[in-house]
Design a binder for this molecule. Structure first.
Ligand SMILES: Cc1cc2nc3c(=O)[nH]c(=O)nc-3n(C[C@H](O)[C@H](O)[C@H](O)COP(=O)(O)OP(=O)(O)OC[C@H]3O[C@@H](n4cnc5c(N)ncnc54)[C@H](O)[C@@H]3O)c2cc1C
Length: 429
């Protein structure tokens, strides 16, 4: 009997896990625009020059070297023809018997083209590298800037008080305190302001009240200017306009204020719900399409416990993928599929050295122990032993010295980009 063809769209936490778990009885094609898997929770450490991008990125072909039924394709997914059961990409067509959509999300600018054009995002390794370059270049620019330019250069603004914004603002505050004064001894860093802008009246809206309060306390103690109940209306690359009419000058706006689903063309509008997520039943299957599944951030399952869908977290993505792999196996053996249930193991965020907040189902704790828990869990989740070691060593060095040695500004020239991508279209969200 010919093997069934499964095509997986996206090699993030969900797609990668599904590809690893689905057995040899299937022929699997894994398609992603990048040739590597990205560990998104540590993007902010790449952006602040604490970790090398290679420490949190894993080449897909290396991961699947020994899986013979696996075909990795680096391609941009353009559309899906569900009638013909084919995925259309810039590198050709891929037929499927079963389709798993795991394309995750991209930054949501809420329709504001100016913000999209001028602000920095944090949704891919390349975004994190671009931000690292910008942050480092910012202070090279500051050396020759006049007073007026300095007003905009010396404000770094992070929009969005979720875990990404909080972790990034904390890391920037540590850079300001420990790293920058050593690198630029002639510069007056009392002029440097790190702002965190949040639309609601608290940071970390997905966490407990005590963790929210503590994160705010830590941030303010570290010198971050947290502006709550503040909404960004527009940004022209030099000045932020807030909804209440106030303005703030900055050349560095980092947008961490929301995400929206990556929806390839061809997906019917009726399948989509809030946040551009694909509504599925509790088997991660799109209603009425028994061979189309959605997992991870892109999927939306409404249950009694999760009336607004599951949280868009790595752990949910990984567990949905594991569950679907088992269900596909059951389906193949003519057994009924089992519904997906998610048990929330808790949430956590780190704000700085010895400062983290952890919410477990029955207990919340903060401070040094929470920070150790945060580090241990992230090290556990990192894919290869080599990368675990590299990250551990980098963290140990920065713990002992409050410094890192990764502050390289690496900017390819236009010609280099053209030459490298001459035969391959790279898409930037
Ligand atoms: C900065 C940041 C920090 C985070 N921190 C945490 C954390 O601490 N803990 C936690 O649990 N979660 C965290 N998250 C959320 C977590 O990363 C996501 O929930 C998780 O990545 C979802 O996995 P996924 O597989 O659904 O999507 P993703 O991991 O986003 O993967 C989607 C994949 O699809 C590919 N793709 C998308 N569109 C196309 C296309 N058209 N063509 C080709 N390829 C495509 C992308 O390249 C990507 O590889 C964080 C997210 C971010 C951005």
């Amino acid at each position: 009997m010919a093997k069934q063809k499964i095509v997986i769209l996206g090699a993030g936490f969900a797609g990668l896990q599904a590809a690893r778990r689905i057995g040899n009885q299937f022929e699997i094609t894994l398609i992603d625009q990048y040739n590597f898997h990205q560990f998104q929770p540590l993007f902010y450490q790449v952006a602040t020059a604490r970790l090398e991008p290679s420490a949190i990125s894993f080449p897909l072909r290396k991961i699947f070297q020994h899986k013979k039924n696996m075909h990795v394709r680096m391609a941009h997914i353009e559309s899906i023809d569900f009638n013909k059961q084919v995925v259309i990409t810039d590198e050709g067509l891929f037929n499927y018997d079963q389709l798993i959509i795991a394309t995750g999300c991209h930054t949501n600018y809420f329709g504001n083209e100016n913000i999209k054009k001028h602000a920095f995002a944090m949704k891919s390794t390349t975004d994190a590298i671009a931000l690292r370059n910008r942050i480092l270049l910012n202070f090279e620019d500051a050396l020759n800037a006049n007073e007026d330019e300095l007003d905009a250069i010396m404000n770094i603004v992070v929009a969005g008080g979720g875990p990404t914004g909080v972790e990034l603002a904390g890391a920037l505050a540590e850079m300001k305190k420990y790293v920058l004064p050593r690198d630029y001894p002639d510069m007056d860093f009392s002029r440097l302001n790190i702002y965190l802008i949040e639309g609601s009246d608290h940071t970390l809206s997905n966490m407990s009240g005590i963790s929210q309060k503590k994160s705010l306390y830590y941030l303010e103690k570290m010198g971050v200017k947290v502006l709550l109940n503040t909404l960004v209306a527009d940004y022209d690359g030099d000045t932020i306009q807030f909804k209440d009419g106030k303005t703030l000058r900055t050349q560095n706006l980092i947008w961490a204020a929301g995400v929206t689903g990556n929806i390839p063309n061809g997906i019917p509008k009726e399948w989509l719900v809030r946040g551009n997520r694909i509504k599925t039943n509790e088997y991660n299957c799109v209603e009425g399409m028994n061979n189309v599944f959605a997992i991870g951030d892109i999927s939306y399952i409404e249950t009694k416990e999760w009336p607004n869908g599951h949280p868009q977290l790595a752990n949910v993505a990984i567990n949905q993928a594991k569950h679907l792999a088992k269900n596909l196996e059951r389906q193949r053996n003519q057994k009924v599929m089992l519904p997906f249930h998610y048990k929330d193991p808790g949430t956590m965020a780190t704000i700085g050295k010895k400062k983290a907040v952890v919410d477990l189902p029955f207990i919340s704790f903060q401070g040094f122990f929470a920070w150790v828990v945060w580090m241990s869990l992230h090290l556990m989740l990192i894919l290869s032993v080599k990368n675990k070691l590299i990250i551990f060593i980098e963290w140990a060095i920065s713990y002992l010295t409050n410094d890192t040695t990764l502050r390289l500004i690496l900017l390819p020239t236009k010609k280099q980009i053209e030459l490298a991508t001459e035969h391959h279209d790279l898409e930037n969200n």
